[in-house]
Design a protein around this ligand. Structure first.
Ligand SMILES: C[S@@+](CC[C@H](N)C(=O)[O-])C[C@H]1O[C@@H](n2cnc3c(N)ncnc32)[C@H](O)[C@@H]1O
Length: 183
């Protein structure tokens, strides 16, 4: 995970995972070491972890509620077909052309939780390539007309290291209870 210095779950994901219907399946896209797959399992969700390199997920193979898919999310075609998930989690990863498919993968009543680097991050380190940096409001634009935004932030954070990030939690429902910051 070249752009992450933490194996701890993102506090944003930890908070907004409460939006996902209990017992559903979480799609952890570009899962890396699987920190959010592990969190999802600890919260009682099944999980599908997708990454082009699944080596760091090997220990999760013993868990029958975890599906591990070695897929190139940037190749021809979307590897998940029409599958829908109760929760879709994406952190520290951006492949712009996949955004519509990511939003479409959220099942009725389900939630999208997305957090990654944004324009301005180059001042603090990598990623600095504009292809990997969200533009202001880009996640809002991605869900507009599809999902209801529960929370959205864009700005500089200090932890786990100084960075400019953007994050969203949104549901395929009219509204949802807003999870408390500590949950
Ligand atoms: C910075 S890491 C983030 C990992 C995880 N989401 C997290 O926040 O802990 C980016 C991940 O994207 C994966 N990745 C990069 N290009 C990919 C591709 N074309 N298809 C699937 N996964 C890819 C990498 O293998 C890596 O695990």
């Amino acid at each position: 995970m070249p752009h992450s210095v933490s194996d701890q779950p993102s506090p944003w994901v930890a908070r907004f995972l409460a939006l996902v219907p209990a017992g559903g399946r979480i799609l952890d896209l570009a899962a890396g070491g699987g920190r959010h797959t592990r969190l999802a399992r600890a919260r009682g969700f099944a999980a599908t972890a997708v990454d082009v390199d699944v080596a760091a997920l090997a220990d999760l193979r013993a868990d029958r509620a975890v599906e591990i898919l070695a897929c190139d999310l940037e190749g021809a075609g979307w590897p998940l077909g029409d599958r829908r998930f109760a929760g879709v989690v994406v952190t520290n990863y951006l492949h712009r052309p996949a955004l519509p498919r990511i939003v479409a993968a959220v099942a009725e009543g389900g939630a999208l939780i997305y957090e990654t680097f944004a324009e301005g991050n180059a001042a603090f380190g990598k990623p600095s390539n504009p292809n990997f940096l969200l533009k202001p409001g880009e996640l809002l634009d991605a869900v507009r007309g599809e999902l209801t935004v529960v929370a959205y932030e864009h700005g500089k954070v200090e932890a786990p290291r100084p960075a400019v990030i953007q994050r969203i939690a949104a549901v395929r429902a009219q509204f949802a209870a807003i999870p408390r910051p500590s949950s």
